[in-house]
Design a protein around this ligand. Structure first.
Ligand code: URA
Length: 240
């Protein structure tokens, strides 16, 4: 015995969430709840850190995602990466997943029964990721996540508060690849998410080592200021 403490260390809350997320993803990889398991190459649970301030939810894996087992790795994914970069976020900082975790044959639209089978996985991911903002990409994700709020062309770029989390519908990047006219809207909507996060999150530590002047009020950020950024009297608690 060298006197060191060999008792097992309790996992941190982050470590616990990591393990639980990995367990959810392991279940997704062997899921047979709907018929899509028969035609998939592999399931695509999602990728990114836990927790994450931003969660992105698309429709379903396509050809490339089905082959690689990762979300948004084709042309739409490259556009998504660019849009994220333009607001100072990298793929490593956000959690990306889809409503459906398996590719529908020929990339057909998700069927309601398939989405219903898959939603418990998304709910579980959402609880573990604890995002501050959720980007809802495209009309299929919108129908599932914010039913009844209106069409994607009408509500894209609006924030819908649910349980203190800001949900924003955006056009799907694949739609913008087909119709370049949607790209400006998509960029503007991502900019709004950046502004929202900037109001909500503490400013990054200054890099200077010079002593900081003490601001009036002793440097305390009034709690009300950060809360006001997220508060919305129309908030409903219906989702997730
Ligand atoms: N489109 C989606 O909705 N999800 C993906 O993962 C890829 C393309």
């Amino acid at each position: 015995m060298d006197g060191s403490d060999e008792r097992p260390q309790a996992a941190s809350p982050e470590g616990q969430s990591d393990l639980e997320l990995e367990a959810v993803h392991a279940r997704i990889r062997v899921c047979t709840l709907c018929g899509l398991h028969a035609s998939r190459t592999q399931a695509v649970p999602g990728s990114g850190p836990v927790p994450a301030d931003v969660m992105i939810v698309g429709e379903a894996p396509g050809f490339n995602e089905d082959v690689q087992g990762l979300p948004f790795v084709g042309a739409a994914g490259r556009l998504l990466d660019t849009l994220l970069e333009q607001i100072g976020l990298s793929r490593q900082q956000v959690f990306i997943t889809n409503i459906l975790k398996c590719r529908p044959p020929q990339n057909r639209d998700p069927m309601p029964t398939e989405a219903e089978s898959c939603m418990p996985y998304l709910r579980h991911q959402f609880r573990l990721i604890r995002p501050k903002a959720v980007l809802v990409l495209g009309r299929h994700a919108l129908e599932r996540m914010l039913p009844g709020v209106g069409s994607i062309s009408r509500v894209h770029g609006e924030f819908f508060m649910r349980g203190g989390v800001a949900f924003m519908p955006c056009y799907h990047p694949a739609a913008a690849l087909h119709n370049g006219g949607l790209l400006n809207d998509l960029q503007r909507d991502f900019d709004r998410v950046r502004s929202y996060l900037d109001r909500l999150l503490p400013a990054p530590e200054p890099v200077s080592t010079a002593p900081e002047p003490i601001p009036p009020g002793g440097g305390q950020t009034p709690a009300a200021e950060t809360e006001a950024a997220a508060a919305d009297p129309t908030e409903q608690l219906t989702l997730l």
